[in-house]
Design a binder for this molecule. Structure first.
Ligand SMILES: Cc1cc2nc3c(=O)[nH]c(=O)nc-3n(C[C@H](O)[C@H](O)[C@H](O)COP(=O)(O)OP(=O)(O)OC[C@H]3O[C@@H](n4cnc5c(N)ncnc54)[C@H](O)[C@@H]3O)c2cc1C
Length: 504
């Protein structure tokens, strides 16, 4: 294992990080165990990082940084210990440091595919799972929903294989050396979205889908056409009103167009037969927008306009939305789910809030329209949006700390180009609107509205008490905590802090 002293680490947007006293690159499970024991014996904090793609400081370690980049392999799966009921599932065993990109390629070789993913693939599996990374699809899970089993190195260097009460492993046949099997719903549904606060996750057993093909269409509409279809949910179905569309995403310009409406692009992902022929047009995305997204110049052009000529942004967003139109693009599932525009995206900055959609709730529509008004009024202060707003939709999640724990949600995404003038000020305004309209912030994105307001977390997570009990069991000395979890008082919200809970 390599341990480098005082090495610099920053998240990708270079907002959070610093010199890490111990930058550790373990090469085996044993190394991870050693590191946890060592940090604990020195009463120092230890935290795993993934690719550093969280915009918030959720990942920032304080003393021991554990980078799992060498723990990125597929592992063998002992089928003999899996209960027969689960033999039909497409299960894969993988180390947590593998990036989503590498994982997708490996899965392709096995004719398997993720059910869903975020718009980029640079994250590690452990990082994406720990914050509940999601894509779009009202019937599709976010990352934690694919986890069937995980191996956690926790307090005391203990190794636990954690599964739901009715987990995939047959306890009678279980024989993993040095690892204790824990089959318990409370622990499992807490640990699959842990924000890195329970220890270091070494590996996962994930459930995959057989490789599938998707057709993507991108059509342009006015907001006034799309809004009622969102409210009555017809947007999520084919014209017959009963066949669900696998994934729907909406991107909208918050500024009015010449028709006093708002330009939208609706992206639809439909499952299609593998054998269907593909013309050249079908096999590629709209090439103009694909190429522009890959070019550094796109980022610099937007940044320059935002700084020098911001009043042009509303029209520019309109033009860029219209340029995304695409009749049809067909490819393997993960290739369609990957939304590209990588150069621009890794220089983005955003808040994203989830809104409960159960019982025909439409708070997300109300919030979005208030945000349109805010964008308009911000113009007077020369504050401008530098990208369209996005709507994505995700199925209910059993993870206790998932924003979609209560049911299906709509996420409102407010991306900006990094270094947009007065970015934090604009985002705070949007966060206030989303919170007022019952939105819940994404853990990995800008969620400063949560600071000093633990009641927001308490009100929105019905299983917070259970999650916190597991937190205190696995992280009794707050060795796996950081400034983010301290600031939000995670583990102790609404609880009496026991005197033995020392702050490391
Ligand atoms: C350009 C861009 C696009 C994005 N798109 C989306 C999107 O489409 N949908 C979405 O939901 N989110 C999106 N995000 C947010 C991102 O997916 C999450 O913040 C994700 O957590 C980042 O993964 P990471 O590997 O970089 O983890 P990091 O940011 O490095 O870490 C995230 C958390 O995981 C923990 N962690 C990492 N590894 C381990 C481990 N082995 N054991 C225990 N804990 C661990 C860390 O401690 C931390 O708490 C995007 C971010 C960026 C920068």
């Amino acid at each position: 294992m390599r341990i480098i002293k005082n090495k610099r680490w920053f998240n990708t947007i270079k907002k959070f990080g610093g010199r890490m006293p111990y930058y550790c690159i373990p090469k085996s499970l044993q190394d991870v165990i050693l590191l946890v024991k060592r940090a604990e014996s020195e009463n120092k904090r230890i935290k795993a990082v993934g690719s550093g793609h969280s915009f918030s400081d959720v990942a920032v370690p304080e003393s021991y940084l554990v980078d799992l980049k060498k723990l990125d392999k597929l592992l063998s799966l002992d089928k003999d210990t899996i209960k027969p009921d689960f033999h039909t599932l497409n299960l894969v065993h993988v180390e947590g440091g593998m990036t989503v990109q590498k994982f997708n390629r490996r899965m392709e070789l096995m004719d398997l595919c993720v059910a869903n993913m975020g718009g980029i693939d640079n994250q590690t599996l452990a990082g994406a799972i720990a914050t509940g990374t999601h894509g779009t699809g009202l019937g599709l899970p976010s990352f934690p929903g694919m986890v069937r089993s995980l191996l956690l190195v926790t307090h005391g260097g203990k190794c636990l294989r954690i599964e739901p009460t009715n987990g995939i492993t047959n306890a009678d046949q279980y024989n993993e050396t040095g690892v204790e099997l824990v089959q318990n719903d409370k622990i499992f549904y807490s640990a699959i979205l842990s924000l890195g606060c329970f220890g270091i996750v070494y590996s996962f057993i994930l459930e995959m889908e057989k490789m599938y093909y998707l057709e993507e269409t991108k059509k342009c509409y006015e907001w006034s056409t799309i809004k009622p279809q969102l409210e009555d949910r017809s947007l999520f179905y084919e014209k017959d009103g009963t066949t669900p569309i696998r994934g729907v995403m909406v991107q909208v310009n918050p500024y009015e167009n010449d028709q006093k409406d708002h330009t939208c692009i609706v992206v639809r992902h439909r499952l299609i037969e593998k054998k269907r022929g593909r013309s050249i047009g079908d096999a590629t995305r709209n090439w103009i927008s694909s190429i522009l997204g890959r070019l550094p110049v796109s980022y610099w052009v937007i940044r320059r306009i935002a700084n020098k000529n911001a009043a042009k942004m509303p029209k520019m967003i309109d033009r860029s939305l219209r340029s995304l139109k695409d009749k049809r693009y067909i490819n393997k599932g993960y290739k369609i789910l990957y939304q590209g525009a990588e150069f621009v995206k890794i220089r983005a900055y955003d808040s994203e809030f989830a809104f409960d959609m159960t019982g025909n709730k439409n708070d997300f529509v109300v919030a979005l329209e208030e945000m349109f008004k805010k964008a308009e009024s911000n113009k007077a202060d020369k504050l401008y949006q530098t990208a369209p707003m996005g709507l994505r939709f995700v199925d209910q999640s059993p993870a206790y700390l998932s924003p979609e724990y209560r049911g299906q949600v709509a996420y409102i995404d407010t991306p900006f180009i990094l270094h947009t003038p007065k970015l934090d000020e604009i985002l705070l305004g949007y966060q206030e609107i989303m919170l007022k309209n019952k939105g819940i912030p994404h853990w990995g994105k800008i969620n400063t509205i949560l600071d000093g307001k633990p009641e927001i977390i308490q009100a929105n997570y019905p299983k917070l008490k259970e999650w916190q009990e597991v937190f205190r069991e696995f992280n009794p000395n707050k060795i796996f905590s950081n400034k983010f979890s301290d600031r939000l008082n995670l583990g102790f919200i609404g609880e009496e802090v026991p005197s033995e809970n020392l702050n490391v």
